[in-house]
Design a protein around this ligand. Structure first.
Ligand SMILES: *Cc1c(COP(=O)(O)O)cnc(C)c1O
Length: 302
């Protein structure tokens, strides 16, 4: 069980607005941020059944933070893990990918599936459950109702007093949990890093509340890494000493700063942004950037 007493970084902005960053990327050395909490009750419930040979199966792309988290947790708990990875072509060259190399070292086995098969999660899941009857099959990104419950551990006394709670949004589980467990008077802002117009309805259903607003922060689309965003990440690190990842937290923070500049927030208000992690992806992003002779992300991960 990680500690959720993570440090808050405080940043003073104009108009007396104060921004705090809750470093949930630091809850665990390898299983960072929201991914740990989304897995928490899912895996606990599964292990409580005392299955003889437990197996965790899940899905993800080659840079997935969720794949990294499941593999590391499997290793830590001594449970077998299987990752269904998007893209048949990776079968030959997954060794070149940082995330998959680390996941493999953590004991995860892979199956590489073509994009069409990968998209049809329902039949993929059904077939896997037939093949591995005892396995726990975790959805892509780890989001389900039980995962949303785990997000309550990101909230507590330390988060109660803020006017706004902010997070990056991929599959919507994290923002749904924050919305569900926020205080009555708190407003929740989700920064969508994926263009998906079905997210509002999904989050609303998972949360059961309407205290949230989703804001587009996709900046070219999911996983698209732009030089503008990387420059933002680098200057943010120089100024505040907080590393951000290029897929989630970097995009959230850039959009959040834009909103602050546009006077979206009232004078004197307090904003809490959850650092949901994702820093494991920086190495892989830099490798791609280097190949294309583009400027790198300067922040390094221990
Ligand atoms: C997965 C992830 C998110 C998004 O979480 P969802 O519950 O899928 O919306 C945000 N930040 C980071 C770093 C992530 O890895």
């Amino acid at each position: 069980m990680p500690t959720h007493e993570v440090p808050l970084t405080e940043i003073h902005l104009n108009r007396n607005i104060r921004l705090f960053i809750k470093r949930d990327d630091q809850i665990h050395p390898e299983i960072s941020g929201n991914k740990f909490w989304k897995l928490f009750y899912n895996i606990n419930q599964y292990l409580a059944q005392e299955i003889e040979n437990p197996v965790l199966i899940t899905f993800g792309g080659a840079f997935s933070n969720h794949i990294a988290a499941v593999a590391a947790l499997g290793r830590e708990l001594g449970i077998a893990t299987l990752g269904l990875i998007r893209g048949e072509e990776l079968e030959q060259k997954w060794h070149e990918n940082e995330t998959l190399t680390k996941a493999s070292a953590d004991g995860m086995r892979f199956r590489f599936v073509n994009r069409q098969t990968f998209r049809d999660k329902d039949s993929l899941t059904q077939n896997l459950q037939k093949e591995f009857r005892q396995a726990l099959i975790i959805p892509e990104g780890g989001t389900n109702q039980v995962a949303v419950n785990g997000i309550q551990h990101m909230l507590g006394n330390a988060t109660k007093s803020f006017n706004y709670l902010c997070t990056a949004v991929g599959t919507g589980g994290t923002v749904a949990g924050i919305s569900r467990f926020a205080e009555e008077n708190q407003k929740v802002l989700g920064f969508k890093v994926v263009k998906d117009s079905s997210l509002e309805a999904k989050v609303s259903e998972l949360s059961g509340k309407e205290n949230f607003e989703l804001i587009d922060a996709a900046d070219g689309g999911y996983g698209k890494i732009t030089d503008g965003n990387n420059r933002f990440i680098n200057s943010f690190y120089d100024k505040y000493g907080v590393p951000l990842d290029p897929v989630y937290t970097g995009k959230m923070m850039r959009k959040l700063f834009e909103l602050i500049e546009q006077n979206f927030f009232a004078e004197g208000c307090t904003i809490l942004a959850f650092h949901t992690g994702g820093l494991q992806g920086i190495k892989g992003a830099n490798e791609m950037l280097k190949k294309n002779e583009r400027p790198l992300i300067k922040t390094t991960v221990k």
